[in-house]
Design a protein around this ligand. Structure first.
Ligand code: SAH
Length: 397
């Protein structure tokens, strides 16, 4: 980190969103830098009339500065300690830090915790950290040190997982590894008493989707006697709640063979020898087209169909097509849990896509629950873009 940070001067009038504490500075808002920063450096942002506004990480691209502070704080180990402590305090309030039956939760949710570009998930004594910005990547050791200090005695391992969407991919791939600990790591996550293998190394995201914890629990209540289809199952999350809830049969589907292998390993972990469960490595759309079984409870939790705004219209068609297939085939009196985790798809977009699907399927549909991301994925009120997970629980007559 430079001792003398570069200064970014905004174009006239471009400080409005920053005055409302929005943490992104777009490239178009910047008039010039006094000295050229390096990617990942901290820069200070000034108005056109030379007033300090914020300090953040610089990155080449459309979002050029991700704001870390509006208060002129020094970005050092103490800064990260304070931010991490605030994040931990929130999770303490939610009841996640000392729970006997859940040891997996999100400690840092990027902008939601005033740390844009940083994600940290906790699995027991291990933290898995991901940087989504070059600045966070460069600061990873500072962050790891602060985290160890904050959670001394509770945390033994910090695994840093490179985010391959960062610009300098090739270098980054070599960077994955333990920043602390690394020996005798127990890679089992416990969620509401169920156990999951977490594959930090090769798994998706930090190895597990902690954001569906509460929605999975809700599903458990609907499972008794049901034939359940868990589409896009990844490591089987929803399936085991269904089994515990008394489902008569559970089929898990994912196009990734690795995901299916992990799902089967998780069956052995939670319900060894239970013949109610079967897993299929298949494309979801094909599976829905060809399936013979009539399911009463279907979960659709696909990956983000749209990662950018320009992919929105195709994504909405994708959600409609998928939901229509499920709505056509679900048993009468069935229940559909359907989700979208695309950040660019709004709640209304998603509802419209699903309602269109229902109309094409000619089914009578009632909304039972409207679901969202859990409290350990908080939304910074100044950064509404942080709201990404939405779901509907539908009764299908
Ligand atoms: N429901 C999961 C998370 C789903 S993540 C949980 O609770 O943990 C999305 C999953 O969809 C990934 O595992 C990915 O492998 C799978 N996937 C992506 N495209 C698919 C397709 N066309 N058909 C089936 N699975 C797909």
């Amino acid at each position: 980190m430079n001792n003398e940070p570069s200064k970014a001067y905004l174009r006239k009038g471009k400080e409005e969103s920053l005055k409302r504490f929005h943490p992104w500075v777009f490239s178009g808002a910047i008039h010039h830098f006094d000295t050229e920063p390096e990617e990942g450096d901290c820069v200070e942002v000034y108005s056109s009339d030379n007033r300090y506004i914020a300090t953040g990480h610089y990155q080449i691209g459309s979002i050029m500065v991700r704001v870390l502070t509006f208060d002129g704080e020094q970005i050092d180990s103490d800064f990260y300690y304070r931010r991490l402590a605030a994040a931990l305090d929130v999770r303490q309030h939610i009841g996640l830090t000392a729970s006997a039956d859940t040891n997996a939760f999100r400690l840092v949710h990027g902008e939601g915790d005033n740390l844009p570009g940083l994600v940290i998930d906790i699995y027991g004594e291990t933290a898995v950290m991901q940087a989504h910005s070059v600045g966070m990547h460069k600061d990873r050791r500072l962050i790891a040190d602060a985290l160890l200090k904050l959670m001394e005695g509770r945390l033994r391992h910090i695994y840093y997982k490179s985010e391959t969407t960062l610009p300098f991919k090739a270098n980054l791939l070599e960077e994955s590894g333990f920043l602390a600990g690394g020996k005798d790591v127990d890679n089992i996550a416990i969620e509401n008493g169920l156990r999951f293998h977490v594959d930090w190394l090769k798994g998706q995201k930090t190895g597990f989707f902690v954001d569906q914890r509460e929605n999975r629990k809700l599903l458990e209540q609907y499972a008794r006697g049901m034939k359940v289809l868990n589409m896009f199952c990844y490591t089987g999350g929803f399936s085991f709640y269904a089994m515990r809830g008394g489902a008569s049969l559970v089929h898990s589907v994912d196009s990734s063979q690795k995901a299916i292998d992990l799902t089967n390993a998780n069956v052995d972990l939670n319900f060894p020898g239970d013949s109610r469960h079967q897993a299929f490595a298949e494309d979801a759309f094909k599976f829905l087209d060809n399936m013979k079984e009539e399911y009463n409870l279907i979960i659709l939790d696909p990956p983000a169909f749209a990662k950018h705004k320009n992919a929105l219209s195709n994504a909405l068609k994708g959600y409609s097509r998928l939901n229509q297939k499920a709505l056509e085939k679900i048993a009468h009196g069935g229940v559909l849990f359907t989700f979208s985790c695309s950040q660019v798809v709004t709640k209304d977009n998603f509802r419209n896509a699903v309602f269109t699907a229902a109309a094409y399927a000619r089914r009578k549909v009632r909304i039972l629950h409207q679901l969202h991301q859990p409290a350990d994925h908080p939304i910074n009120i100044y950064h509404p873009e942080g709201e990404y997970l939405k779901g509907l629980v539908l009764y299908v007559e």
